[in-house]
Design a protein around this ligand. Sequence first.
Ligand SMILES: Cc1ncc(COP(=O)(O)O)c(C=O)c1O
Length: 372
Amino acid sequence: MKPVLQTDPKAGYLAQKTEIDTAIAAALESGRYILGAEVDAFEAEWAAWLGTTDAIGVGNGTDAIELALRALAIGPGDTVITTSNTAVATVAAIELAGASPLLVDVDEETLTLSPARLTEAIAANGERRIRALIPVHLYGHPADMVAILEIAAAAGLSVIEDCAQAHGATIGGRKVGTFGDAAAFSFYPTKNLGALGDGGAVVTNDAALAERARELRVYGWKERYISEIAGMNSRLDDLQAAILRVKLGYLAADNARRVAIAAAYDAALRGTRLVLPRPAEDVQHVYHQYVVRLPDRDSLRDHLRARQIGTAVLYPLPIHLQPAYRGRIAIANELHVTEKAARELLCLPIHPWLHDDDVARTCDAIIGWINR
Ligand SMILES: Cc1ncc(COP(=O)(O)O)c(C=O)c1O
């Protein structure tokens, strides 16, 4: 039996193979391989697609967060709030910028930064110099930006959105990445907009911030070979930009396919004891992941694996419990929701190239497991 893949970046390449191969060939012929014309064009197209004034192509999504922080002059001595139920990259980037993370619990429904816990964390803060918040639009579901922006404004904090999993997700029709002072995207191959290698972008509507990020990504150069500020090396390359330009043309349709697959899962699994995703009102979830929750998650996972149906657990261990961080990273309050979710969540197969038959086979296998 053919395996059902949980994610399938190769299918994403094959779906647009001719166009991508042509774009790669043109980029190879151009003779400019880093921060060239393809990068310029992609930056303009990505900013226009989102509705921001600037997009800055960088090496990956982790660097994008670090660069946004550094462009905001956030670093040693500063504290940055984010969640523990995220890719480790979010927290790693804060430390790479020299700042200290402070982790806050997530909302029970959306598993994104809880505005209530955030308010408590800020109120209970002692000596820390909290400078910024990084809400993560996890799994493709937007964090509650309306509440978060209000809290940030009242406390005088900058906001950097982590949009690595949420290309095209909206709140009130407005795309995530346009709400904060800046936002970070990853174009890792499995993302909703994925390159065929590493890539990322910082986006912002703040011209001065954009200029700083552009300088910081190439050694702090304003003028070639002259560093105005101490920067880093994190540049998008033209091959990836050329590929991203092709794939951007399909992003809306790819997201719509993810939404359709999610609707099929909803219809088949509603009324079972699985806790299904319940998007907040007025948001468009783009289903980077379709996440169900159940206490005996591992048993279902084994059952599906035995039937060659791939699943994933994002993430099995909250960051504050991982060996690199446990005991030394600051947590603002008990992270009960985060810890429970990590024990219970399971990501079902979802990607735009998944066939209806595969979705049906997955649903049948889940129902079979429930009724076993
Ligand atoms: C939520 C989140 N933030 C940040 C990143 C970092 O992106 P990258 O892997 O491109 O560095 C990822 C992707 O892994 C992610 O899922």
